[in-house]
Design a protein around this ligand. Structure first.
Ligand code: ATP
Ligand code: MG
Length: 474
């Protein structure tokens, strides 16, 4: 097979090929670029392997450009990297042979042939090489039948699976990630290799594990990956809290749903409506505290009271454990977990404006994300029920829109600042200042006073008097 390239790709490919020829280096395009090219997936990263010094090749390629792009050299790894202006990322590495010791992910590396380099790769579909030699330009070198596996949508290791996975256990996560992203099937021996070596994932750094988890979560149907992680035994090692959701208990004819598969369904539902990684994490974590809060109430059935509060508290811990960032993204996920039941309570009858204002105020700019989560949280198999719930949420959205238009509470800032309270009553920072601020907020949200400066000012004076404070004249 020969690969046909796009004219835009030919520009840099020809430069690499010419540079390789002038240095007398046997050079190949390898890995993800070749795979994605054949699959018709867009990609901007190209990896080159040459038999010899890749740093020289990268320098030579850079020289062919004016202005000359910077070459980032990673001497310890023998790799070089060039970022081109039109978004292409070119990575160069010398063909290598790797040998591993049992307790490290770091192999001993020696120069090798292109075959050595292909067999150290994780999957046959990632082990394809395309020659850039002038006399066989574009010819695919495929020692492991990767083209066949690509056509048949099969994920298979080039070497016996035990060797591939023991050498570098991250490959287990990558295999499951590709199964999720590409919708490919994991070949049986390869699958057994993952199940048997799941425990070795412990030698992989959390950052790399989480990078794969994020890629799984960003796929079109993340449940595929989470289910494979679960069934292989990897998930209980990397994310036991999620596995704890598994199972449905039955007592006296009262059952509850399997919260693991419910959660996966919610993640899939939500993923049809958003590509936001953090909103997807909120879906993964929305019910995470159900095991801890599960109770059986005689004659009534199973309850999970307070799982949103306990779940919210678990979010920073899980983010720490998974080395996800402890920043505004974490706070967003925490907030959504905490609020995920609130819109449901607004679907009941006789809802006051006050309750609506409170939710708008607490959700703020994340109100729409919250509604997307709530709608995804409907996983009933009964179509009529689903439609009824969805139309209830539609009503909630409308009601919220009306109240927001009228009162503008979504990004409410108190018209009276703490400084003004202090200067009015001659206070230094102290408890009464906080009491007055909270009372003002509640009065506004409860509709006791309108959302104006005058009303708030008058209310502050009243509340101050109630606390025995007197306004100082200035
Ligand atoms: P993506 O870019 O979507 O993450 P990719 O397969 O291109 O997928 P890269 O990390 O860009 O992944 O790696 C490029 C190539 O390097 C892969 O296609 C594969 O051949 C090889 N590779 C990457 N990581 C590993 C690994 N852990 N073990 C073996 N080979 C690997
Ligand atoms: Mg890549």
């Amino acid at each position: 097979m020969e690969i046909q390239f796009h004219p835009d790709e030919r520009i840099w490919l020809d430069r690499v090929a010419d540079s390789a020829q002038s240095l007398g280096l046997e050079t190949y395009l390898v890995g993800g670029f070749v795979r994605d090219k054949i699959l018709g997936r867009p990609t901007k990263d190209a990896d080159f392997v040459c038999v010899g010094n890749a740093l020289d090749l990268a320098q030579k390629v850079a020289e062919a450009y004016t202005p000359r792009p910077t070459v980032s050299l990673f001497k310890t790894f023998g790799t070089a990297h060039i970022q081109l202006k039109d978004g292409w990322d070119l990575e160069f590495v010398g063909a290598r042979r790797e040998s591993y010791q049992s307790d490290s992910r770091k192999p001993q590396v020696e120069p090798g042939t292109i075959q050595d380099d292909q067999q150290r790769r994780d999957l046959t579909i990632n082990a394809l090489a395309v020659s850039l030699d002038r006399d066989r330009f574009g010819v695919v070198i495929d020692p492991f039948d990767g083209l066949k596996d690509l056509a048949e949508k099969i994920l298979r290791t080039p070497l016996p699976p035990d060797q591939t996975f023991i050498d570098d256990p991250l490959r287990m996560m990558r295999t499951i990630r590709f199964a999720t992203q590409l919708g490919f099937t994991i070949e049986e021996n390869t699958w057994n290799g993952i199940c048997q070596n799941a425990d070795r994932i412990r030698i992989i750094s959390q950052e790399r594990i989480t990078e794969e988890l994020n890629k799984i979560l960003l796929a079109e149907k993340p449940s595929i990956g989470f289910d494979l992680l679960y069934r292989s035994g990897l998930l209980e090692r990397i994310f036991p809290q999620l596995v704890a959701l598994r199972g449905a208990e039955n007592r006296d004819g009262h059952g509850h749903k399997d919260n693991f598969y419910h959660t996966l369904q919610v993640v899939d539902n939500l993923s049809q409506n958003t590509n936001d990684l953090w909103l997807r994490w909120a879906a993964v974590l929305h019910d995470i505290a159900k095991p801890q809060t599960k109770r059986y109430e005689e004659g009534h059935g199973w309850t999970f009271h307070g799982h949103e509060v306990v779940g919210g508290r678990m979010v920073p811990k899980i983010f720490t454990q998974l080395k996800l960032p402890l920043n505004e993204h974490m706070r967003f996920v925490k907030k959504l977990v905490e609020l995920h039941l609130r819109p449901i309570s607004l679907t009941k009858e006789n809802i006051t404006d006050s309750a609506v204002r409170r939710l708008l105020f607490e959700a703020g700019d994340d109100f729409d994300s919250l509604m997307i989560l709530c709608e995804a949280d409907i996983t009933s198999k009964n179509k009529q029920k689903v439609n009824r719930y969805l139309s209830n949420f539609q009503l909630v959205r409308e009601r919220c829109r009306e109240v927001e238009e009228k009162d503008q509470v979504r990004n409410w800032q108190p018209p009276i600042t703490g400084e003004l309270i202090m200067s009015t009553f001659g206070l230094s920072p102290s408890k009464p200042v906080g009491i007055i601020k909270d009372a003002l907020k509640d009065a506004m949200l409860d509709g006791i006073i309108p959302n104006t400066y005058e009303a708030a000012h008058a209310f502050m004076l009243l509340k101050g008097a109630e606390l025995g404070l007197t306004a100082v004249s200035r």
